[in-house]
Design a protein around this ligand. Structure first.
Ligand code: NAD
Ligand code: MLT
Length: 530
């Protein structure tokens, strides 16, 4: 049974998506505090929130069985995504469900700004009849500057065109082809804001976009410009906006989101030219149903091991790609795990992973993550999974270098994992073929051909007669059966290795007995997983 905790209000349809699933148990604790969530999260596999719950590092660390955090909506700024990644918890959102709703809301704000609708209503209710005070302007023929031409920005641009506006847009990822398709003029940030009559921001709030519009940008705007923020508080520097209003650069502003929400005591609310709403952009019945249904469906699918396209901290993997890659992910993890156990001393500084053959026609990121999971699990107490593996490697200062080569005729797809430490290096090569499954083909350049098993032994020794028999008899005395064995050597009588798959764990004293009996350089017992 998958246990899901919901801590923010979700639409009925979204909840039904959960309660209707036979393998899901839902607990609603709407408005639970951080302390309360920390106390109970250990019993849940998933946490489902909107924007009220702050999903902190404390909550994520306390979530011993937590696998997914679902955000019913787009912005994940209320979730500590880095801490989730480190804890191996997948963060998902529902980015499509409220796009149109929020674009329509932004357009309502543009119209309200152009025609002073909120101010006129307030004046009327105050018993006044001020027709000339609230004279507005037409949108037709004006220029809209869109900063951030993603899902919502593009929908706003389309609506502006229907109103006869020209649209200029700044987005670092805007290609000329997309600009042409949307009928907008792509421009720099400064050009966009300097030529616009109305500016609207639709970026996420990130380190780069925090105060993207500040004093310098206001100074470049046309006097009398109108500006909107229906995206995230903080993209426009509120203190700089107040200065621009005082200087008459900005004639009107419409804000749905604020640096601090609710915006108690926010000086912007004191300006008659500023219209403001309490983060209502996504608040329509349709959008709330859409995002709740989407994210609830995503959480259930992921808990069942299926795929969901809107994963925030792991690139989504369509199920067909996953099916094609799974045998290679298993191989990469096995090679990583064996290499991690073979590296002496065990202080990994760099990991090189080389992919060869047809496997390179797929994204190799999941394979690299699998190899790192195998390697790091040998050294880390906490569980390492595909999500956390890259971040943990980065935090440990381990360089991860990927390379690829196309297929060589007659060779199956292969993966070579090389670990470098301060005092040594180890390389393993493996392959997967339909007929033979997973094979270890090389250890440190010595050719072998063994299917990996749960318990294995590797010996490093000088090639000479009698070695195989002696090792077999020491293992026999210890009651251990050999499933398969391979000797790899470069030349007769030279350095050699032997790889044995055995049916039972080999105790430390048996390992020592083998090494001493044959005066071997090294004997290492390997387990999968390590
Ligand atoms: P999106 O990811 O589809 O689009 C964001 C766009 O911003 C992308 O095209 C990206 O390239 C661009 N961008 C990123 N950094 C930029 C930068 N430095 N300068 C210019 N552009 C940059 O997201 P979306 O679904 O369109 O949502 C946009 C914003 O609206 C988000 O902040 C989201 O949280 C917010 N939002 C608010 C409400 C609300 O209730 N007010 C509702 C939904 C979404
Ligand atoms: C979002 O990011 O989806 C919106 O801001 C709406 C919300 O917070 O629920």
């Amino acid at each position: 049974m998958h246990r899901i905790l919901v801590t923010d209000p979700l639409s009925e349809q979204g909840l039904m998506q959960l309660t209707g699933a036979a393998d899901v148990e839902v607990s609603q604790q709407i408005g639970a505090t951080e302390d309360e969530i920390v106390a109970m999260i250990g019993d849940f596999d998933a946490l489902l929130v909107r924007s009220q719950t702050k999903v902190t590092e404390r909550i994520l660390k306390a979530g011993r069985r937590l696998r997914v955090v679902g955000r019913a909506g787009v912005g994940v700024d209320n979730i500590d995504v880095r801490a989730a990644t480190k804890a191996g918890v997948l963060v998902i959102n529902a980015p499509d469900g409220n796009t149109v709703t929020t674009a329509e809301f932004t357009f309502a704000m543009i119209l309200a700004l152009a025609r002073h609708i909120p101010q006129a209503r307030a004046s009327l209710l105050a018993g006044k009849w001020e027709r000339s005070t609230f004279q507005g302007f037409e949108l037709r023929g004006k220029t809209l500057g869109v900063v951030g031409l993603g899902r919502i920005g593009a929908e706003v641009a389309k609506r502006a065109q229907v109103f006869g506006m020209q649209v200029t847009a700044y987005d670092p990822f805007l290609t000329p082809a997309r600009a042409e398709k949307l009928g907008v003029r792509g421009a720099s940030l400064l050009d966009t804001i300097a030529t616009a009559d109305i500016i609207t921001v639709h970026t996420p709030l990130t380190k780069e976009t925090k105060h993207l519009i500040g004093d310098k940008e206001f100074a470049a705007m046309k006097p009398g410009v109108r500006i909107l923020n229906c995206a995230r508080g903080g993209i426009i520097d509120e203190a700089a906006l107040a200065r621009a209003l005082d200087q008459g650069i900005v004639a009107g502003a419409a804000f749905d989101v604020f640096e601090v929400e609710p915006p108690v005591g926010n000086p912007l609310l004191g300006y008659s030219q500023v219209i403001a709403t309490p983060h209502l952009g996504a608040s329509t019945e349709e959008a709330q149903v859409n995002v709740a249904v989407d994210v609830a469906d995503g959480v259930v699918r992921l808990l069942r091991g299926e795929s969901y396209p809107h994963t925030v901290n792991l690139p989504p993997l369509p199920s067909e790609t996953r099916a094609a890659l799974q045998p290679f992910m298993d191989l990469a993890q096995v090679l990583g795990s064996l290499a991690g156990q073979l590296l002496v001393p065990a202080d990994v500084r760099s990991v090189k992973i080389h992919y060869e053959g047809d496997v390179t026609s797929h994204p190799v990121d999941p394979l690299t993550r699998s190899a790192l999971k195998g390697i790091l699990s040998c050294f880390q107490q906490d569980e390492v999974n595909l999500l956390s593996a890259l971040l943990i490697a980065e935090e440990l200062g381990v360089d991860v270098i990927e390379s690829k080569a196309p297929r060589t005729a007659g060779h199956p797809s292969s993966i070579r994992v090389t670990l470098q430490g301060t005092g040594g290096e180890v390389t393993l090569l493996g392959s997967v073929t339909r007929g033979h499954g997973m094979r270890i083909e090389e250890i440190d350049g010595y050719p072998v051909d063994v299917a990996p098993t749960a318990a294995m032994l590797v010996t490093w020794h000088r090639d000479r007669p009698g070695i195989i028999g002696r090792v077999g008899s020491v293992l026999g005395l210890a009651g251990i059966n050999i499933a398969s064995m391979q000797v790899g050597r470069r030349e007769e009588g030279g350095q050699a290795i032997m790889l044995l798959a055995v049916d039972r764990p080999v105790a430390e004293d048996a390992v020592r007995a083998i090494r001493d009996a044959m005066d071997m350089d090294r004997v290492t017992y390997l387990e999968l997983p390590c």
